[in-house]
Design a protein around this ligand. Structure first.
Ligand SMILES: *[C@@H]1O[C@H](CO)[C@@H](O)[C@H](O)[C@H]1NC(C)=O
Ligand SMILES: *[C@@H]1O[C@H](CO)[C@@H](O)[C@H](O)[C@H]1NC(C)=O
Ligand SMILES: *[C@@H]1O[C@H](CO)[C@@H](O)[C@H](O)[C@H]1NC(C)=O
Ligand SMILES: *[C@@H]1O[C@H](CO)[C@@H](O)[C@H](O)[C@H]1NC(C)=O
Ligand SMILES: *[C@@H]1O[C@H](CO)[C@@H](O)[C@H](O)[C@H]1NC(C)=O
Length: 265
């Protein structure tokens, strides 16, 4: 299934609600999962792409900034704040997971707020929106699967954030430049986290025409400093999660993204 870029249409809201909390395990057959869908949408209205679980997203879509996130309902028994983890268990390829997992994002201090007038598409239609109130602990790195690899899975998890949360023992080395050999179930166990409150995932592969400057990295994963089909410029990643969606500026992304992509995934 290939995602299409949706225009600002009221129909999208119904679609999002219908697909939320459908009782399916997200992602299927993964050691850690949830039966509640974390609502996610990339882009800025009117060019919004809703992340349906397992959807194959064009390489250009999930970059340069993280998706807007939300929920269909307040997770029972929680008050927040919440935390988000994004991971790729298929690096360098689904057939050879020797670099897996690649940690793509840890965002703490995420607040959940009711969307008083849900309408339109993406975050604008989310009943509840999630928004970060602090800088990311590990900044968002867009998917950068090596050329020739089958699509990787990119998985988002949401937890309530334990009070005074810090990276648990064995995981303190993870940061913006050190993302390989993560283990989300090990991380959750070490941090004493319960089952995730919600999850979602998409697939992404590198198109043949986006191999531009593939560089071998220490991980042996082919990185790429350029992504054909992606916006050539934009501002630094901004995860607002607000009802208006992500704010993606008009100028300058590739330097930032390139630096991240070269280290990855
Ligand atoms: C939220 O995260 C983005 C990066 O994803 C960052 O640019 C922004 O400053 C953060 N917001 C706050 C309030 O820290
Ligand atoms: C990440 O941690 C490593 C050590 O584990 C350190 O050498 C490196 O400078 C850190 N990078 C950032 C961006 O903090
Ligand atoms: C990841 O952590 C889980 C839970 O601690 C453990 O069972 C599993 O063996 C770990 N995976 C790897 C590849 O180390
Ligand atoms: C798996 O990928 C790593 C990193 O690219 C590579 O060094 C290794 O040779 C690969 N293993 C197999 C069996 O292909
Ligand atoms: C690369 O291919 C994708 C679809 O396969 C297309 O959307 C994109 O425009 C192409 N980019 C370039 C630079 O040709």
């Amino acid at each position: 299934m290939r995602a299409s870029t949706l225009s600002l249409k009221a129909a999208t809201a119904a679609l999002i609600l219908a697909s939320a909390a459908n009782g399916q395990e997200i992602p299927p057959d993964f050691t850690i999962s949830s039966d509640t869908q974390l609502l996610a949408a990339y882009g800025t209205p009117p060019d919004v792409t809703v992340v349906e679980p397992g959807v194959l997203l064009d390489f250009a879509i999930p970059r340069p900034t993280p998706p807007a996130l939300g929920l269909a309902a307040i997770p029972s028994g929680t008050t927040g704040p919440y935390m988000i983890v994004m991971t790729d268990p298929d690096a360098p390829s689904p057939q050879n997971r020797s670099s897996s997992e690649i940690l793509h994002w840890i965002q703490l201090d995420v607040a959940l707020t009711v969307n008083l007038s849900p309408s339109g598409s993406g975050a604008a239609a989310f009943p509840y929106v999630l928004a970060n109130t602090s800088a990311p602990l590990v900044p968002y790195a867009p998917p950068g699967p090596p050329a020739g690899s089958d699509p990787h899975r990119y998985i988002f998890f949401l937890w309530e954030q334990p009070e005074g949360f810090a990276l648990p023992e064995g995981y303190t080395q993870f940061n913006a430049t050190n993302r390989r050999l993560f283990n989300v179930s090990g991380f959750a166990a070490a941090a004493g986290l319960p089952e995730p409150l919600a999850a979602n995932y998409f697939l992404c592969e590198r198109p043949d025409n986006a191999t531009a400057t593939a560089t071998a990295t220490s991980s042996g994963v082919a990185g790429a400093t350029s992504a054909a089909g992606s916006a050539t410029t934009s501002s630094p990643a901004q995860f607002t999660g607000g009802a208006v969606g992500l704010s993606v500026g008009g100028a300058g992304v590739l330097g930032v993204v390139g630096a991240l992509a070269a280290a990855l995934l």
